[in-house]
Structures are given as structure tokens and as C-alpha cells.
Write a protein that binds this ligand. Structure first.
Ligand code: HEC
Length: 187
């Protein structure tokens, strides 16, 4: 090597070595906040028991209509903001309003492309609610937090996750246990 460039060669080698050491320790190049609290806050609490509120209006047609809307609509930015049932808040511009996605997993009266992951809920009142176990409280609990009686259920958690509030769970319960659904859907 030419004597005159030897110091430069050495210098560049030293610089490369220093860069390599720093580059391999990534924590020095950006901030790493402790994310464990964020992860904790995002976790849904364990299976929770609920009592159906006394002011659930299970025979109220407006409540049933809201429940129907939530049952049959998927969460999407494209949800129409007009013709929402009375008492249902329209999502703000760009906001995704939580609907139930129920129809993605369950068939029910008038469902378009009802899913089969969950049991069909067609004729729920007549077909399922003749037993002592399945009353309105059971349906409310199932929608609010299905894990209580089915540990490994594939069903979504709606109240414990705060996806819906109590009055929305009332609405969906009122719809599922409503015997004359065709009449409501035609309206
Ligand atoms: C990802 C799929 C999925 C979604 C979404 C879903 N479910 Fe379910 N659902 C299930 C499965 C699986 C079961 C059976 C296991 C269980 O009971 O948890 C079930 C059970 C039920 C039952 C109990 C049926 C019975 O009498 O045994 C009801 C009622 C019900 N779902 C209503 C709903 C409603 C209302 C919604 C929307 C808010 C909904 N589900 C959303 C999968 C789903």
C-alpha cells in the first residue's frame, strides 16, 4: 500500500468498526418506551357475569329495530349513515361504528349470507327458549360475555370488551328473542 494513504485507510477502518458497534445496539438509535402497560390496558378482562338491567325494554319495537340493525350489519367504514333506526347514533365521519357482526356467524330470519360458525338462531324463541336455561337473561349474558358458560367459545365478547354498552345489548337481546321478526323486517 502507498505509504501516504495508509493513515486514511486505518482511519476509515476505525470509523467502520465504531459504526458497526453502535448500529448493532439498536436501543441507542431510538427511544424504547415500556409498552407493557399499553398491552395490559388492551387486554379484555376475564369472563364476567352480568344481570340483565331491569330497564331493558324487550317488547319495545324501536329497541328491537335497533337490535335488528346491529345484528345484520357488519363493522365497516361504508355503513350508510341514513335510515338508521330511531335512537341509534350515526357514526361520525370516518368513524367505524361497532355493529354486532352477528350475521357473520349466525343464521337468523331474513339473514343475507348468514354464517355457520355459531348455531342458527332462526325461530330462537320457539326453538330454544322452551327450556329453563335459555331465557332473556341467558341471551343477554351470551351477547354480553359468551365465555361464562362456554370457556373456549369462538363468539365475540361485546360488553366486557366495551364494544357495546348495556342498552345496546338490551336492544340485540330484544331482537334475538322476538318471535315475529318478519313483521319487523318488512316495516
Ligand atoms: C365469530 C363468530 C360469532 C359471532 C360474531 C357471534 N357469535 Fe353468537 N355464537 C357463536 C358460537 C360459536 C356460539 C356457540 C358457543 C357459545 O354458546 O358460546 C354462539 C352462541 C350464541 C348464542 C347462544 C345460542 C344458544 O342458545 O345456545 C346466541 C344467542 C348468540 N350466539 C347470539 C349472537 C349475537 C346476538 C351476536 C352479535 C352481537 C353473535 N352471537 C355474534 C359465534 C359467534
Amino acid at each position: 500500500m502507498n505509504k501516504s494513504i495508509r493513515p486514511f485507510a486505518f482511519l476509515s477502518f476505525a470509523l467502520l468498526a465504531v459504526t458497526a458497534v453502535y448500529a448493532s445496539d439498536m436501543t441507542k438509535s431510538y427511544e424504547m418506551p415500556d409498552a407493557s402497560q399499553i398491552v395490559k390496558d388492551d387486554l379484555i378482562p376475564g369472563a364476567t357475569k352480568y344481570t340483565m338491567p331491569k330497564d331493558c325494554k324487550l317488547d319495545d319495537l324501536e329497541s328491537i329495530a335497533r337490535g335488528e340493525y346491529m345484528f345484520h350489519n357488519l363493522n365497516s367504514k361504508n355503513d350508510k349513515k341514513e335510515n338508521l333506526p330511531k335512537g341509534m347514533k350515526a357514526p361520525k365521519e370516518g368513524e367505524v361504528k361497532a355493529y354486532g357482526n352477528c350475521v357473520a356467524c349466525h343464521n337468523i330470519e331474513g339473514a343475507v349470507g348468514g354464517g355457520t360458525v355459531g348455531p342458527p338462531l332462526v325461530g330462537y324463541k320457539a326453538n330454544f327458549m322452551d327450556t329453563k336455561v335459555r331465557d332473556a337473561q341467558f341471551v343477554y349474558q351470551k351477547i354480553a360475555d359468551p365465555r361464562v358458560d362456554a370457556n373456549t367459545t369462538a363468539m365475540t365478547i361485546n360488553l366486557t370488551s366495551q364494544m357495546f354498552d348495556e342498552s345496546e345489548i338490551c336492544d340485540i337481546t330484544a331482537y334475538v328473542i322476538q318471535a315475529k321478526k318478519e313483521k319487523i323486517r318488512k316495516k
